[in-house]
Design a protein around this ligand. Structure first.
Ligand SMILES: C[S@@+](CC[C@H](N)C(=O)[O-])C[C@H]1O[C@@H](n2cnc3c(N)ncnc32)[C@H](O)[C@@H]1O
Length: 506
């Protein structure tokens, strides 16, 4: 770890221990490594996102500000008992989606967006610039005029030290502003559970097309793209789910029709954040055009309801799922498909209705992990006291249980005939007419890689299986009529088509 990182931390602690406040100490740290702008962004930036606590023992801090024993390897500074020191995870950090972009990613996005820009590139902008990763990358790329804004005055002061020639202002990136030739950034990712309710309500009013439980990154990205002039370059780091989830479909459809996507890659890991990210680069106003990297036409892609921006899609994929759809029903037409219960009362602890032993009014209960391990507990089934109580028949009749969170893996599903109540980490599938399709055949269909491939083409590579996703699983009509016909035959698939579908889930 460079000497400048140590110098920055030392400067921060010296100021704090001299009685100056956190903000002054952060700026001292930024000045201590001002000759190396990326260190300003990274190290002073990290300090800017800290709160101050007092040491309850002698402790050491490493370059990532992790607390270590005072003499441990990698310790850059020692904090005596009772002295103030920086602690990461300021309560505001998650609410504001404040995670700084790694050097290589910011450089790559700026270079690609500058390449996408047609005509003079004079003015570059990051509307939520934080400590300035994209401002430094734009300075390295010799963008003549660099603009940045953020709501946090302290991170802007750090950015000013990183790129002294940048023109910075405290401004709300959700409001429209002047345009630039190049718009880059990593807009805040704020999922619904961390959003300010008033802000969400006001955003729904301003952007009536926002649907469902949207991430704040969607309106931020929408406004950022509008701030790019006609034929200018846009480069954004976006959470991977925002590129495929239904809540972003309206925006993606609009982008697909209006702009030319020149680069789409990912998912890439992103340090500090729990989601992976995609890099999206566009030339503003130059669409519609085929989608990189394989050149799927915008007409083909927009036939998919979700309009997923998925770099693994190839020309012909949509036609293939169209053919399958024409010969299928949706699973939701044959079965009731719903999420399990939320096993606690509003405002109470997660476990207040759960018990380890049976008792009056208690039903067997399992969350996804327990169910697939063959275990269960006991749930006090109190519809009057529960969040989304559900109907008991949904659990008590024989059913198929599908794990909701599957990550990159294949679908996980099993039959339950024991009447286990399932938690909301499961999706429950109950045939409406069990005599029409036996459960074990349905389970085999749900587990088929061909069904998974259709889902991944239509809805993106990494999707949790919510009821709407499972309800959309295709069920071949002829397979319903003849129990012996294999799926490939029921869909009339050729060898190449099967190969392509198997490639999607490989
Ligand atoms: C994910 S960070 C990215 C920072 C920087 N662009 C980077 O990539 O390193 C998002 C930034 O958005 C800022 N922010 C949050 N809400 C904002 C708003 N309404 N207007 C402007 N900036 C905002 C946060 O303070 C944070 O610095």
């Amino acid at each position: 770890m460079g000497a400048s990182v140590k110098r920055a931390l030392r400067a921060y602690l010296d100021r704090l221990w001299d009685g100056e406040d956190h903000a002054e100490a952060v700026l001292a740290a930024a000045r201590a490594c001002a000759a190396e702008p990326w260190k300003v962004v990274g190290q002073a930036g990290l300090l800017a996102r800290c709160r101050v606590e007092h040491a309850d023992r002698l402790l050491g801090l490493d370059a990532s500000l992790r607390v270590r024993p005072a003499g441990a390897m990698g310790v850059l500074a020692t904090v005596p008992l009772g002295a103030p020191y920086p602690v990461l995870l300021h309560p505001d950090r998650r609410r504001r989606g404040a995670y700084d972009t790694p050097v290589d990613m910011a450089r790559r996005v700026v270079a690609a967006a500058a390449g996408a820009c047609e005509g003079p590139l004079h003015r570059g902008l990051d509307p939520a610039c934080g400590t300035g990763a994209f401002l430094v990358a734009m300075a390295e790329h010799r963008v003549p005029e660099i603009h940045g804004s953020d709501l946090d005055p302290l991170v802007l002061e750090v950015a000013r030290i990183a790129v002294p020639r940048a023109q910075l202002s405290i401004a709300d990136a959700l409001l429209h502003g002047s345009q630039a030739d190049l718009v880059v950034g990593n807009p805040p990712f704020v999922p619904p559970e961390r959003q300010d309710k008033e802000l969400r309500v006001s955003l729904r009013r301003r952007f009536p097309w926002l649907r469902g439980r949207f991430d704040l990154v969607i309106p931020f990205a929408a406004v950022a793209v509008e701030r790019c002039r006609y034929l200018g370059g846009v480069g954004l780091v976006l959470p991977a789910p925002a590129m495929v989830q239904p809540y972003g479909a309206v925006l993606r459809r609009r982008w697909l029709q209006r702009h030319l996507v020149t680069d789409l890659s990912g998912p890439h890991p992103f340090p500090g954040a729990s989601v992976e990210v995609m890099l999206l680069v566009m030339r503003s106003g130059d669409g519609p055009a085929p989608m990189p990297p394989f050149g799927m036409t915008s007409e083909e892609l927009s036939r998919l309801e979700n309009v997923p921006f998925n770099p693994t899609l190839r020309p012909g994929d949509v036609g293939l799922v169209d053919e399958i759809r024409q010969r299928s029903l949706r699973l939701g037409e044959l079965c009731l498909v719903d999420t399990g219960v939320v096993a606690h009362s509003p405002g109470r602890s997660r476990e207040d209705l759960l018990h380890d032993a049976p008792g009056p009014d208690r039903v067997p209960y399992a969350d996804a992990r327990e169910f697939f391990q063959g275990r269960h507990r006991w749930l006090e089934y109190r519809p009057d006291r529960m969040h989304r109580a559900k109907r008991p028949e949904m659990f008590e009749h024989p059913k198929i249980v599908v794990q909701r969170i599957r990550g990159k893996g294949s679908v996980k599903a099993a039959i339950d005939r024991e009447g286990i109540y399932l938690g909301h980490t499961c999706t429950v599938v109950c045939p409406r007419a069990p005599e029409r399709v036996p459960l074990d055949r349905l389970r085999d269909l749900i587990l088929s890689p061909l069904v998974d491939a259709v889902t991944r083409i239509e809805r993106g590579q990494r999707m949790d299986l919510y009821p709407r996703d499972v309800a959309a699983f295709p069920v071949p009509c002829s397979w319903l009529e003849d129990p012996d016909v294999p799926l490939v035959e029921a869909w009339g698939l050729g060898e190449e088509q099967v190969e392509r579908l198997m490639g999607v889930v490989a």
